[in-house]
Design a protein around this ligand. Structure first.
Ligand code: ADP
Length: 386
């Protein structure tokens, strides 16, 4: 609805015409009109910055703007304000073009009387309001459609991810189960012929296959817990440096025949702080294990700890096979393994777990790697002092 008092900005360089319109509006009985008159487009733009209006009456021949060029500038400046174009009888075509380009209506000056003027102004305001409403509805619909599309894409991706997850998991479980079946079969069918040593080997294969499955299931269940927000913290006071040294020693034991130099160093103050030992083990154990696993024989792995005021940085560096750039973005996705792993065993879950644990801490994990040069993982965790 058009309000009972209507504020008009008249842009007209001819003072006599302006006065005439002013007079006509005074005769209007249906409502009150207040009119501000400017002679140039520039003045109109300034006026629009300072005050609010209900409608613009625009003469198409102005000293500083000719023909239709005023229109886009006004529409740009005040997109929701209706515009009625005023024109002389001989340029009606121009006026029609103005309406095509966004004006709400046009008035031929010589035919203007109070009724025509009031009707046109009201009509312009109402039409613009309807258009604005339509535009808002359209925008809302557009946003809804976009949101819904994004939801559907996400749901589809999630479904795809779930089925990939299940198929990777089945594959990774089937492999050790096959080993178990095979070794058990060998033991059963060749019991008499097998030497004690062979039997021992087969049993060992069975044991390690079972261990692999158990570890895989532990890892999957940890990811599941993290995804459903059930990863729980158990913070307790911990001598971080001693903990890391111990972790390095334990890792050293797993090196077996792989000849590698493992170096640990700690810098800065760590103070007395609380940590969740199990989450730390998942993060650092996986990173250290990978650094070793993907190192070349006779290589070196360094593990450095930097104590800072409010954070601790753990940096684990190797000079091993490195990670191709393409794979680096997806490293933290479960089951993702880079193209260059060759026969090096792995499930592709370690980094996904490390990342989830780092996230649970509110920390950050970053990787810097080059194929054939080596890899550095840096983890930054907040220091919770006691
Ligand atoms: P995996 O069980 O395969 O080691 P992870 O989730 O721990 O699984 O790591 C994912 C992949 O990231 C690995 O398969 C490997 O391609 C790559 N990667 C991780 N750490 C390193 C590293 N230190 N050097 C080279 N590649 C690495």
């Amino acid at each position: 609805m058009v309000a009972s008092s209507v504020k008009i900005l008249l842009i007209e360089d001819n003072s006599a015409e302006a006065r005439l319109l002013q007079e006509l509006l005074k005769q209007a009985q249906s409502k009150e009109f207040s009119l501000v008159h400017v002679k140039r487009l520039q003045a109109a733009l300034q006026e629009l910055n300072q005050d609010t209006y209900d409608v613009i009456l625009l003469d198409l021949t102005l000293p500083d703007s000719q023909g239709l060029s005023s229109l886009p500038r006004l529409i740009n400046h005040a997109p929701s304000l209706p515009i009625v174009v005023l024109t002389n009888t001989n340029d009606e075509e121009l006026a029609i073009e103005a309406v095509r380009q966004g004006a709400q209506d046009y008035l031929l000056k010589r035919q203007v009387n109070v009724d025509v003027l009031v009707r046109s102004v009201n009509y312009a305001i109402e039409r613009k309001q309807v258009l604005e409403t339509l535009r808002t509805v359209n925008e809302t619909l557009q946003t809804r459609v976009e949101e819904r599309t994004a939801e559907l894409v996400k749901a589809k991706e999630l479904n795809q991810f779930k089925s990939e997850f299940v198929s990777m998991l089945s594959h990774d479980i089937r492999n050790p189960l096959n080993t178990i079946l095979l070794a058990a079969g060998l033991l059963q069918n060749n019991d008499e012929q097998l030497s004690k040593e062979k039997k021992h080997n087969h049993l060992q294969m069975i044991r390690s296959a079972i261990k692999n499955v158990a570890q895989l299931l532990d890892e999957v269940s940890l990811i599941g817990k993290a995804d459903s927000g059930k990863l729980q913290f158990q913070l307790s006071p911990l001598d971080l440096e001693a903990f890391c040294r111990q972790l390095v020693e334990e890792t050293q034991l797993t090196l077996k025949d792989k000849h590698l130099t493992l170096i640990f160093a700690s810098f800065g103050e760590l103070g007395e702080a609380v940590w969740d030992e199990s989450l730390l083990r998942h993060i650092l154990g996986n990173l250290l294990g990978n650094a070793i696993k993907y190192s070349l024989p006779n290589g070196k792995v360094t593990f450095e700890l930097f104590g800072q005021e409010n954070t601790v940085i753990f940096r684990i560096q190797d000079w091993g096979i490195g990670i191709p750039e393409n794979d680096q973005k997806q490293l933290f996705q479960p089951f993702h393994r880079a193209d260059n792993v060759g026969k090096i065993p792995g499930t592709g879950l370690g980094l996904a777990i490390a990342k989830k644990c780092v996230d649970a801490y509110g920390g950050e994990i970053a990787v810097n790697s080059e194929v054939g040069v080596g890899t550095t993982f840096s983890v930054t965790l907040p220091l919770i002092k006691i």
